[in-house]
Design a protein around this ligand. Structure first.
Ligand SMILES: Nc1nc2c(ncn2[C@@H]2O[C@H](COP(=O)(O)OP(=O)(O)OP(=O)(O)O)[C@@H](O)[C@H]2O)c(=O)[nH]1
Ligand SMILES: [Mg+2]
Length: 402
């Protein structure tokens, strides 16, 4: 699973990335600080199955019953209006996010940067304009791919050299689009039974729009919310119409993560509060900065929103399901005795057989049945996975997971 961070230049994408992946990448208050993409690993949170099963384990992935499950994060170059025509760094930002399963669109909700990403006093720019143009750029990117290939593609289909869904999926395969995605998008636009040669430009735009929404769904992170008079209102102004928006302060999250690393505070990402470590030797300046985060962010927003945005992208937007493959159905452990060692994020609708395949191809090829470890009952290949499932895979080939 990969999540792409994108948005206008200078809105806080790299700050979000640094905080979420605990790495240090260049950030700066000017546009195009990032040119080459940053790739790293963040974590999403779920309640660990150890809780409901009443078992104990001591592994770094379980933080007091909160399971941290890895996801890839990609931070790309910022964009400006007209990027699809080559302005700014052009389409580079999108090409670098090709493999993302979902996008977190980072918006400067405080309106503290102009259209080009230059700093301006907070409240100067309407963030809704940014939210709109960025989404239009993403849609223009999808549409451009189809339009470039359109004459050849429609000829191909007319001469029955390929089916429309296969021809289109092939053009978009670099973006992780399958023929099934194209079929669903065609259905959503009622184009499934008409010949491509008869599709208007509007039909084609509707199709690529549907394809984009399906394969690169967007969650808005209303960032720099610490500078907003009313963070919740700023976020809800950017959401709506099926689009979720989470108020966020990437800068506060980065500060807390760094302060925790330095032993100044106790803080777990995603919590609504932090506590200063007594006698940590924090300077007056550090104490003032922490006080500001406590008041402007934790007090008003109930957390920095960075972890909430990641969780919401994985479980809300993508509807992912976390499942635990194990080898011992009674002790919920691997062959080495590690309890619930592995939590996997699976796409919605995944089955027990899909889980087997994600562990190892042999597990799927030799699949006999699964065992739902919560009930001890046998389950079949086609049983849909549910969040928190703990499953032993019984296979004629290979071992059962963990
Ligand atoms: N007040 C405030 N400032 C922030 C926040 N997040 C980022 N910033 C500041 O915004 C500026 C830009 O941050 P970056 O993370 O470099 O932004 P970017 O979107 O990666 O920028 P480009 O790579 O140039 O497109 C820096 O000065 C950050 O300190 C936030 O939540 N609140
Ligand atoms: Mg950047």
């Amino acid at each position: 699973m990969q999540i792409g961070l994108l948005g206008k230049a200078n809105v806080g994408k790299s700050t979000f990335f640094s905080a979420a992946t605990r790495t240090r990448v260049p950030t700066g208050n000017f546009p195009f600080t990032t040119v080459r993409p940053n790739v790293g690993v963040a974590h999403v949170r779920a309640e660990c199955a150890c809780r409901s099963l009443g078992v104990e384990h001591d592994i770094p992935e379980c933080d007091g019953g909160t399971r941290l499950i890895p996801v890839g994060l990609i931070d790309v170059a910022g964009l400006v209006p007209g990027a699809h025509e080559g302005r700014g760094l052009g389409n580079k930002f999108l090409d670098d996010a090709r493999q993302a399963d979902a996008l977190i669109h980072v918006v400067d909700a405080a309106g503290a940067t102009d259209e080009q990403g230059q700093p301006v006093p907070p409240g100067t720019r309407d963030p809704a304009d940014d939210a709109r143009f960025v989404e239009e750029e993403i849609d223009a990117w999808f549409s451009g791919i189809l339009e470039r290939e359109w004459p050849r593609l429609s000829r191909e289909v007319e001469q029955k050299a390929s089916r429309a869904e296969d021809g289109i999926a092939r053009r978009f395969s670099g973006l992780g689009v399958s023929a099934a995605d194209v079929r669903a998008a065609l259905r959503a636009c009622s184009l499934e039974s008409s010949a491509p040669a008869g599709w208007s430009a509007a039909d084609r735009a509707a199709l690529t729009g549907a394809l984009r929404r399906r394969t690169k769904p967007i969650l808005v992170a209303a960032n720099k919310a610490d500078l907003c008079a009313d963070p919740a209102a700023a976020a809800s102004g950017l959401g709506g119409a099926g689009r979720a928006a989470v108020p966020c302060s990437a800068e506060a999250e980065l500060l807390l993560v760094r302060a925790a690393e330095a032993g100044l505070v106790e803080y777990s990402p995603g919590s609504a509060s932090f506590s200063e470590v007594p006698g940590s030797g924090a300077s007056g300046r550090q104490k003032a900065a922490l006080g500001a985060v406590a008041g402007r962010v934790m007090g008003r927003m109930g957390g920095t929103g960075v972890q909430a945005a990641l969780d919401s992208a994985a479980f809300g937007l993508l509807g992912l399901v976390e499942a635990y493959p194990v080898e011992d159905e009674a002790k919920f452990c691997s062959k080495d005795g590690d309890v619930l060692p592995d939590a996997r994020l699976m796409p919605p609708g995944s089955t027990v057989l899909d889980l087997a395949r994600s562990v190892h191809a042999d597990m799927a090829d030799g699949f006999l049945h699964g065992i739902d470890c919560r009930t001890g009952r046998r389950i079949g290949a086609e049983r849909a996975l549910e969040r928190g499932d703990v499953v032993k895979i019984v296979s004629a080939l290979g071992r059962g997971g963990g």
